[in-house]
Design a protein. Structure first.
Length: 400
C-alpha cells in the first residue's frame, strides 16, 4: 500500500483526491445512476419465478365437519385454512373454483378470501356437488377433501356434518353424476376406510386415512399430508412436483415415525385406490385385503390383474405444465394429452401380469411412440410458438 493510500488520498487521473473530493464526485454521479436502477428493478429477474394465472380447469371442495371438542375444532380450522392457502397459492387453483364448507356460520370468510363458503351441512354438500354436474366438463379435474370425524356403526360409514350426515354411498351417488376427466378424493377423517369401496370408480383416486371403519381414533394423517405439499419434501422423485402417490407415501412415513417415536402401536393405516376395484393399496405396497384370511386366494388373483398406484403417480395437485403453456391453448392441449397418456402408461404397467407378453409389448410400444411424438411437438411449439401443426393422428407416422 502506497503512502498516498495510507494517508487516505486516492490518485484520480494523476491528481490526488481526498475523501472530501470523492464525496462530491459521488453526489454528482448518483442522479445519473437512478434511471438505470429504476429500469433494472422494473424488469423480471432471470431465475425468479413469476406468478402464473390460476388454472380454471380444476375444481375443489373442502368439507370441514364438526369438531366437537375445542381442540379438534381448532385443529380442523387450521388444516382447512392451510389446505385452502395451498390450493389457491402455490397449487394454482382459481379461488372462485374452490368451495369451503365449515362448521363456522355462513359468511365467516376471513380465512377464505375469494372462495365461496357455507356451513358444512348435507344440503350444502348436495348443492355444490349438484352444481358440479353442470359446471364441470369432461376435460376438467375435481378434488374433494374431507377434514373431520367419521363414524361407522358396523354397517354404514358416515362423515360428521352440521346436522344430518351423509353416508359413503350417498357421496358416491352424487359424484357419479359429475363428468370429470379425473376425480381425486382425500378422505382424511376417522373411520374413513369405509368410504373406499363406495367411492371407487374408473379414473378416480380415493385416499383414506384409515383402512377400515374400526379405526375410529382421530388420525394424524392430514397433518403430514399437508406437510408433503407445504415443504416440498413430498417430492420423492425430485421432479419439482408432488403427486398424489408421493404425498400418500410421505404422509404414511410421517405417521409411522410419529407412533414409533412415541412407543405406541399405530391406530391408523391409510389406503389408496385408483383402479376402481375398491381394494386399496397400503403404505407397504400390498393390496390391503391380502391381510384377511377369508377369500385370500381370490383377492391375490384380483391384485395381480391390476395394481393400485399407477394413476396416482401421474396425478398432481399443481398445474405447472398448463401454466407454463402461458396462455397458448394449443400447447396446453398437448400438455394435457401428454399427462393423460402418462397416466394410461402407468395403468398399463400395473396390468402387465394379467396380459400376454405380446399384447403388452404391442400396447406399450404404441403408447411410448405416441408419448415421444407428443414430447417432440411440445418442444417444437415452445421453441417456435407460431408452429401450429398438430401432432400426427397416427403414432409413429412422422418417424417412418
Amino acid at each position: 500500500m502506497g503512502a498516498a493510500e495510507t494517508a487516505g488520498i486516492v490518485l484520480r487521473k494523476g491528481r490526488p483526491e481526498t475523501p472530501e473530493t470523492m464525496e462530491r464526485h459521488r453526489k454528482r454521479s448518483l442522479p445519473c445512476c437512478l434511471p438505470l436502477l429504476a429500469l433494472l428493478l422494473s424488469c423480471p429477474l432471470a431465475g425468479v419465478a413469476q406468478p402464473w394465472p390460476p388454472d380454471r380447469e380444476k375444481h375443489a371442495l373442502i368439507i370441514s365437519g364438526i369438531g366437537g371438542e375445542e381442540g379438534y375444532q381448532q385443529q380442523f380450522r387450521d388444516w382447512t385454512a392451510r389446505l385452502h392457502k395451498l390450493l389457491i397459492g402455490r397449487l394454482g387453483f382459481a379461488p372462485e373454483r374452490v368451495t369451503v364448507l365449515t362448521e363456522a356460520p355462513a359468511g365467516d370468510t376471513a380465512a377464505f378470501g375469494g372462495s365461496p363458503q357455507a356451513r358444512s351441512t348435507a344440503a350444502e354438500v348436495r348443492r355444490v356437488l349438484n352444481e358440479w354436474q353442470g359446471a364441470v366438463t369432461p376435460r376438467q379435474q375435481i378434488f374433494l377433501f374431507f377434514i373431520g370425524h367419521g363414524t361407522f356403526d358396523g354397517q354404514v360409514g358416515k362423515f360428521n356434518l352440521v346436522g344430518p350426515d351423509l353416508t359413503a354411498a350417498e357421496y358416491g351417488e352424487l359424484l357419479a353424476r359429475v363428468r370429470a376427466a379425473r376425480t381425486t378424493i382425500l378422505q382424511l377423517a376417522s373411520a374413513s376406510g369405509e368410504f373406499l369401496k363406495p367411492l371407487a370408480a374408473s379414473d378416480r383416486i380415493v385416499l383414506t386415512a384409515t383402512r377400515s371403519g374400526m379405526e375410529q381414533n382421530a388420525p394424524k394423517f392430514a397433518e403430514y399430508f399437508l406437510k408433503a405439499l407445504e415443504s416440498g419434501d413430498g417430492d420423492l422423485d425430485k421432479n419439482g412436483r408432488v403427486s398424489v402417490y408421493e404425498a400418500f407415501q410421505f404422509a404414511n412415513q410421517g405417521v409411522a415415525d410419529l407412533y414409533r417415536q412415541a412407543g405406541k402401536l399405530a391406530t391408523e393405516h391409510a389406503l389408496l385406490d385408483d383402479t376402481g376395484d375398491g381394494v386399496g393399496l397400503s403404505a407397504s405396497g400390498e393390496p390391503e385385503q391380502k391381510r384377511k384370511p377369508e377369500g385370500e386366494t381370490e383377492v391375490k388373483a384380483a391384485s395381480v390383474a391390476v395394481a393400485d398406484g399407477g394413476l396416482a403417480r401421474t396425478t398432481y395437485f399443481d398445474s405447472l405444465p398448463q401454466q407454463e403453456a402461458g396462455g397458448d391453448s394449443v400447447l396446453a392441449k398437448w400438455i394435457e394429452e401428454r399427462m393423460r397418456l402418462e397416466g394410461a402408461i402407468e395403468q398399463l404397467k400395473s396390468r402387465r401380469p394379467s396380459l400376454a407378453p405380446a399384447e403388452y409389448a404391442t400396447q406399450i410400444e404404441k403408447m411410448l411412440i405416441e408419448l415421444a411424438r407428443l414430447g417432440r411437438a411440445i418442444r417444437q411449439r415452445r421453441q417456435s410458438p407460431a408452429s401450429g401443426a398438430p401432432p400426427s393422428a397416427n403414432p409413429g407416422e412422422e418417424d417412418r
